[in-house]
Every structure is written in structure tokens, then in C-alpha cells.
Design a protein around this ligand. Sequence first.
Ligand SMILES: [Zn+2]
Length: 323
Amino acid sequence: MPAHSPPDDAPRPPRSLRSPTAVVHLEYDSTSPPPPPSPEWTRFVCISDTHSRMVHVPPGDVLLHSGDLTAMGTYADFQRTMDWLCDLPHRTKIIIAGNHDLPLDYHDDWYVKNYDRWHGVSKQSIGLIQDLIQGRRAAKSGIVYLEDDHYEFCAKPDGRKWTVYGSPWSPYFHNWAFNYQRGEEAEKLMAAVPKTDILLTHTPPHDILDKTTVGNEHVGCEALAARLPALRPRLHVFGHIHEDHGAVLREWPAPGSPSGAPLPDEGDAVAAGAASSRDAEQTVFVNAANWPMGPRACRPGGGRVQFGEAPFQPVIVDLLDDA
Ligand SMILES: [Zn+2]
């Protein structure tokens, strides 16, 4: 047995989740992905942490990328990523940055003050990079870059409107891009997040698909987790903690229960086939990181799982339009 193989009795996460208003596919045949339940559903394909690598992405109505578009934020890194994203067939592609997308963090001149740590004397052109992600070619290809901003779109011609909010920030980690301090700074940032159908953040919320292999710690954002009962998005996509790639489906307490009720814990996740009412408010949480890391990054027979290969495939989320 190779040294890093997971033990045979390691629990395997489910390959799909199902409720009356959401269907999630975590592992599937990429040459023939399962179809959406009916035309009354919208297909969201969730990816993250692709770090300038191209992964095989199934078709769908909307592509969502939760940050770390690049390896180290050079112009060449962004060019590779944007060439790939522009060619993907999805009508709408919503993207955010992550802590590796260094030049995009111009807040308080962060990149200008810190670029030499990664880029030496080769300071990258912020303007040229912004043109790659927000210029005419990106816009023509359906790409929308969100940075602490929201957007409204129809996923299908004459279809319903969806709202989305995107935030590139993550809790402080060795002064990478878009870092904030836990506590007051985090709370201020999260208080500004509005209620939308879809939420994209680079960081996971605390205690949801945020566990590191090294240290076995939950490192997601506490302030984001505390904000979620008020936001209740139908879909929340994040990445950052590559090794905890996966999805859970949670049902919120019915209206009338005390406000600010804590998030149901993982044991209350709606599992495949579990009874749940169509009226109950639910959130599909997806850690969409495609960079294989942790015990699951080793193939059972030996060798490494490739970028975006099962069990680190793009996550397919089908949502019923009228819910
Ligand atoms: Zn990453």
C-alpha cells in the first residue's frame, strides 16, 4: 500500500445530494454528466482554486469560480486562466479573486507595497490584468468579475432572474492578498454582504467544509458563519481549503424560530433521499476547490489525483427555478 493512501475504512463522502429543490453531483462520468431533472431547473457548475490550471468543466447554464484563479498572479498566469475561461460554453461565468491573485488587491496599495515578496523586480501591471478579467473580450465571453459587489442575471433566455454576490477575502494567513483580521474587521466585511440567491466567497464559513489536513483545524470565517442565518442563499460556493472539497445541503429553521438561530450542524445535513419539505429554506454549501490535496489526493491504487479529477471534480448544482 502506498504510504499516503487513505485507509480502506475511511468514510467516503456521498457522490450526490438531493432535495425537492436542489440536486448536487460531486462525482460523475465527465464524458456524460447526469442531465438536470427538467427544463425548469438551472445548472450551476462550481469550480475554485484552479491556480492557472485547466480542468475539464461540464457544460451548464452558469459557471461559478470562487477564487485563486491563478498560481501566483502574474500576467501570464491570468492570461492562461482567462483564455481557458473565455472559451468555456457557459452563458454566464461569475468569477472572484482569491489570496493568490495578488495584483487584484489594490486596497491600501497592498500589491504595490508587497509585490516584491512574490514577483521580485517584475511588478505586474494591474491595468493589463484588470483588462484581461474585465475587458471587452471577457465581457463578450459572459465573464463577470465580482469584488464586494452583486450582480443580477438571467441564466436562460426569458428565464427567472438570479442575484449573486462575490467577495475575494479570507482570514489573515501570512499576509497574502485580500486578507483580513478575524474579529472586528471580519464582522464589518461580512455585515456588508447582502441577501442574494448565490453567494461566492473565497473563504469557507467556519465549521463547513473548512477543515485542514495539517492540524485538523476548522479555519473558515466565524463572522461569515454568523451572518449566514440572515443571508440564507440557495447556493454558497467557496474554496481556499483545498483538502475539504465537497458539498453539504442544509435546511434552515422555519420562519418564526428565534432569529440568529445557529446554523444546523453537519449531522442535520439533508442527505440523499431524506424527507424535506419543498417549502423549507435550504442552502447548498460547496467547497469547489479543484486542486487535489489531503488524503483524497492520492489514488487508491497509487499515484496522484489530477487537477479537477474525481474526487476533486467541478461540482454540478441543479436548482429548481421556481422555489
Ligand atoms: Zn487555492
